[in-house]
Design a protein around this ligand. Structure first.
Ligand SMILES: [Zn+2]
Length: 162
């Protein structure tokens, strides 16, 4: 019997604990730890990999601490969503593929914003030239590259509204 992760649905990443694969388990554990952070209860302020004690003490003193918590959690949830996407049967339309290519353009543009839009308007081509299985195949290969990148919190985004 194949065993699937109860979070992402993977049957290729072995189950680490609690029905969760080794990719989802640490992220879900982190999310639970972050949700429990309460600056009035010092014992709840447990650092995690990605947010060391010094950073935690800094963000714990911000008046927008609760918002910062939410944004950190959101980034971990997005990472889990990318795992789910890989194992889902969702339709991949032309726009999904265009967005994926845009993501790579941004990633590889070294900050040069002129290069972000290389694939702007390609959604129609992707829709007409490929069927869903072909789009899904390309999408999942690119997604696999992203998933294999080491995940880091984007602190610029976490602090963006300050
Ligand atoms: Zn999983």
């Amino acid at each position: 019997m194949e065993i699937k992760c109860r979070s992402c649905g993977s049957d290729i990443w072995y189950i680490k604990a609690k029905g969760l694969c080794y990719k989802c388990y640490p992220l879900i554990h982190k999310i639970e730890t972050i949700k429990a952070w309460d600056k009035n209860q010092p014992e709840s302020m447990v650092p995690i990999s990605g947010v060391n004690a010094e950073m935690l003490s800094y963000i714990g003193n911000l008046k927008e601490f609760e918002d910062v918590k939410k944004r950190i959690i959101h980034q971990y949830e997005q990472r889990i969503s990318s795992y789910k996407k890989l194992f889902s049967d969702d339709i991949i339309d032309g726009l999904d593929l265009e967005h994926m290519f845009r993501g790579f353009s941004v990633l590889l543009a070294n900050g040069n914003k002129d290069r972000w839009h290389l694939f702007h308007g390609y959604a129609n081509n992707f829709s007409h030239d490929f069927d869903n299985d072909q789009r899904k195949f390309i999408y999942n290969q690119l997604l696999t590259i992203l998933i294999n990148r080491r995940f880091k919190l984007n602190w610029n985004k976490i602090y963006q509204d300050r």
